[in-house]
Each structure stands twice: as C-alpha cells, then as structure tokens.
Design a protein. Structure first.
Length: 148
C-alpha cells in the first residue's frame, strides 16, 4: 500500500490513542491529483457534523490535465466513509474531554484511497520538550557507538 501523504506533526503534537481507517468521497480529478501526490495534510483535521465525519482543511491541488473546474476549492471538507457503529463510538470519544480526531496519512489500498486517522490527546509543551531531549540523546548515543 503506497503512502501518498503523511501528517508529520501529528505524532509530535498529539499522543495517539487509537487508529481508524476510512474511505474518502472524492471527485475524479481529485483522485488523479492525489494519486500523483498532490495532497497535503498539513494543518488538516477531522470534524463532526450531523453524525458524519469530514476531513477538513486538507489541500488537494487541482489536477492540471482536467481542464477548468468551476468553483473548485482545494481545502473544501471531504466526507469520510465509516460504518455507523464506528461513527457512534468516535462521537462518544470526541465528546470526552481533551480528545480530538487527527489525520495521520493518506494511502491507496487496492484501487481505493484511504485515510488513516487517530483519536488523539494534545500534548503539553513540557511533553514535547521531553521528547526532543530523548531523541537528541539517542542520536548522540548512536553517533558514539558508530565510531567504535
């Protein structure tokens, strides 16, 4: 399954609790654009409207060979396809204090485009600093071990 886009900030800004997979409702030119790698999950998030989930603020560039598309908005909300019982459990988790839905990556599965998103909890500033310190110490350790 080739990965088309990754949200690198998600694991840094959030503590990931549970992962889910959903299909996306897209138009033909959007599918072609995504498959050529013209999608960005930067600053995107999953919202809840009327018992449906939407991928909001994900940038999908217009497909350059499709001709002129009237009223195309690259960051428009796109509906996520999930089973009803999954949506109900997610609604319950989102209403819990401090939990949010964060998109992690977009990939192809067989011929379909899928979105992996997670129920996540925001990290505090000191947690982020702690992670940076751990990574730096691990890098130093690896450099020293590499020399010998």
């Amino acid at each position: 399954m080739p990965i088309l886009a990754i949200n690198k900030r998600a694991s840094f800004d959030y503590k990931i609790l549970e992962k889910y997979e959903a299909g996306l409702v897209l138009t033909g030119p959007e599918v072609k654009s995504i498959k050529t790698g013209h999608i960005s999950l930067k600053e995107s998030f999953v919202t809840l409207k009327k018992n449906e989930l939407y991928l909001t603020n994900a940038y999908i560039a217009p497909y350059k060979f499709s001709g002129k598309i009237n009223n195309y908005e690259p960051t428009q909300p796109r509906k996520l396809l999930l089973k009803k019982n999954e949506i109900k459990t997610l609604i319950g988790k989102v209403k819990t204090k401090g939990l949010t839905l964060v998109p992690l990556r977009v990939y192809t599965k067989k011929r379909l485009i899928k979105l992996e998103f997670a129920v996540a909890q925001g990290k505090k500033e000191y947690d982020k600093r702690e992670n940076i310190k751990k990574k730096e110490s691990q890098r130093k350790k690896n450099r020293i071990l590499k020399r010998y």
